[in-house]
Design a protein around this ligand. Sequence first.
Ligand code: NAD
Length: 457
Amino acid sequence: MFEVEDPATLDTIALVSDGGAAEARSAVDAAAAALAEWSATPARVRSEVLRRAFELMVADIENLAGIIAWENGKSLADARAEVTYAAEFFRWFAEETVRTDGEYGAAPAGGARTIVTHRPVGVAALVTPWNFPAAMATRKIGPALAAGCTVVLKPARETPLTALAVVRLLQEAGVPDGVVNLVPTTSSAVVVTTWLEDPRVRKISFTGSTAVGRTLLKQAADRVVNASMELGGNAPFVVTEDADVSAAVAGAMVAKFRNGGQACTAANRFYVHADVAEEFVARFGAAVEALRVRPPFADDCEVGPLVGAKAVADVRGLVAEAVASGARVAHQGSVPDVGHFYAPTVLTDVTPDAAILREEIFGPVAPVVVWRTEADLLTWVNGTPYGLAAYVYAGDLGRGLRLGEAIEAGMVGVNRGVVSDPSAPFGGVKESGLGREGARAGLREFQETQYLSVDWS
Ligand code: NAD
């Protein structure tokens, strides 16, 4: 058994079974045994199971949001938004399940006809992080089940209770035994290695840090396991001199402080044109100082605690280093005495090569850099191994789109502070990942292409 901590009170809120190699293997036994029947289940039937899961999840929003807020620490409002977003993956993939399209062609040389189909890849191992414990699970389970795969799921050590609640709901929705198998654990490497070494596992879908993703890709290489990787980000937030500053501040508040900054898509670095920098920092700073940082269940909570003590220490370290190299704490909010809180902060005078601009902050800190030329801007923005999300606020939409295309990122919000959308292909370039989740592309990650070459002449 292991303890799950409430990051706001530091109390233990539950004891959860601690899986090891034996549990990991029996999860694969169950998934492998259920595969043939589930993949042969008519698409309409699988679709309706996912649709029921969507409906049950929406109906249970208060309970699920409470569990997320309790173990993760995000505000109840953010937790409710996560449940809505998470449920949408069940609805979207319920709709995609029945679009069983393929291709048909005739060989140019004559004779053969080619029939192309998409088949389930097989038993899929899903590994999820703590920052969106419901949505990162449904974004994988939805397309896996839509494709006809069965799954083994390892949630983050910090947030197993949300995953348990989602799996129970899937059972209630009619998912047969063995199709979705959950292994909570404190021994992540043991469980996931067991899966990657098992020849019955044909897919790894991982969301988490680039460091762990790299390790899993190396392990997956041994058996050439099909891999999808949603990894870390370092999103730039660009404001041009002709941008609507009020809209940019509103977008910045969402892009930075949703989930207390603990999002892979969180704006990590702010590049503001010199002509509007003073106005932007003043307005943004005022909004940041007014943020209500509270325990997640407080009525007026806008930002909750970070997930744990290490998260706070990491953010503190990055800010101390930036300040030591010349950055200034221009604006800072306040926080409760108890709990893993960090005060929302705006840093100015940050030099373009500061460590806080290179590493994922994963907390409520906004470093602001002033830019004057587009050449400098693009050098700084693209000078990172990451390429997940980016944001551009520009008055001239054409300019916003041109800058968006010039930024090396899988997703760019133009005059928007949120990019996530179940119908859009979520994912990164460079070291931010491989593959896409959501949209049609998310289903393809759990399918393999086969063609039949047929001669009926
Ligand atoms: P993490 O990489 O530490 O953990 C992610 C998952 O991997 C957890 O379930 C963890 O228990 C497991 N894990 C850790 N070490 C492992 C190992 N050696 N072998 C197998 N599994 C292991 O990341 P985190 O701290 O939970 O999450 C934050 C990170 O996730 C950030 O970098 C963030 O950007 C990223 N993230 C990315 C996306 C995306 O879609 N690209 C979404 C959310 C979070």
